[in-house]
Design a protein. Structure first.
Length: 287
């Protein structure tokens, strides 16, 4: 029996939750799939500890009973919040995107294991660029994004601002395996079909990279996509890509995610992270 797939929207109740819902519904409607609303609650561990050396046995048992009651109350509050958040998000999607089915998933623990629990059902993942722990930061991309993107073999869409249906996209291309995979993902999916497309390479003058760029354009064109190739002379990849995006009013960026290991990134930096942190436009990561 074939497993039904969905677009998994990771919501946390932060300011980006509405944007995550909207882009997940857009993604789902383009592919004819339902949205899976996922909220993961990480209930803090009990603060109880053995106090027998400081107080009497009767007092200790009384305090442990109170701590147990506090744990139970905390769990009930978390459950109530999770239920309210997911139901509100579902009601919003059903009123705004009537053609999209919505399912609710509630898990406890950490985000990545919760996502991997639905591995067979996940067609793509949608996350907010700034989670609740970074809501006042314009440059922090959120602590979970790199962890999820590095572990995921499917596209991860990162968004933050108010939803606008994309009319154009740009593939950030450098000739790497992840960049080539990104173009192949675009070619075999209905997500971006019919949108104006650009493939942009910055500062790589090697013949192999130029040929790879031409091959990528041919691959997309043969699949029926309207796409233009641009090779920019700028030395800084992020500045060149984002300048092109602004100049050409590109709505969404597709980028190969984290081509280097975490250790290499300490010395080389991460173009992926810089792009996500430097644009308010949605970014699709392909690992």
């Amino acid at each position: 029996m074939k497993t039904e797939q969905h677009i998994l929207a990771c919501i946390d109740g932060s300011a980006v939750t509405k944007s995550v819902c909207d882009y997940a519904a857009w993604y789902a409607s383009r592919l004819g799939l339902p949205v899976g609303l996922l909220h993961v609650s990480d209930v803090p561990a009990s603060t109880r500890r053995d106090l027998s050396g400081a107080i009497g046995i009767n007092s200790r048992e009384f305090l442990l009973e109170e701590l147990t009651e506090l744990d139970e109350k905390r769990a009930k509050v978390v459950n109530s919040y999770t239920n309210a958040l997911t139901q509100d998000a579902k009601s919003y999607l059903q009123s705004s995107f009537k053609e999209v089915d919505v399912h609710i998933y509630q898990r406890r623990g950490k985000l990545l294991p919760a996502i991997e629990h639905f591995k067979e059902e996940n067609r793509a993942i949608v996350m907010g660029r700034r989670g609740e722990d970074h809501k006042n930061s314009r440059i922090n991309i959120g602590s979970q994004i790199e962890t999820v993107a590095r572990a995921s073999s499917i596209p991860v869409l990162i968004c933050s601002e108010e939803f606008e249906a994309p009319k154009s996209y740009m593939v950030a291309f450098d000739g790497s395996k992840t960049a080539i995979k990104a173009t192949h993902m675009v070619a075999k999916s209905e997500l971006l079909r019919g949108l104006k497309g650009y493939i942009v390479m910055v500062g790589n003058d090697k013949e192999a990279a130029k040929k790879s760029l031409a091959d990528a354009v041919e691959h997309l064109t043969s699949a029926g996509f309207e796409v233009e190739a641009h090779h920019l002379p700028e030395l800084d990849a992020v500045d060149g890509l984002l300048s092109f995006q602004i100049d050409n009013d590109v709505d969404i960026i597709v980028v190969g995610a984290y081509g280097h290991s975490k250790l290499q990134r300490l010395f080389l930096g991460s173009t992926t992270t810089e792009i996500i942190a430097s644009t308010v436009s949605p970014v699709i990561l392909v690992r």
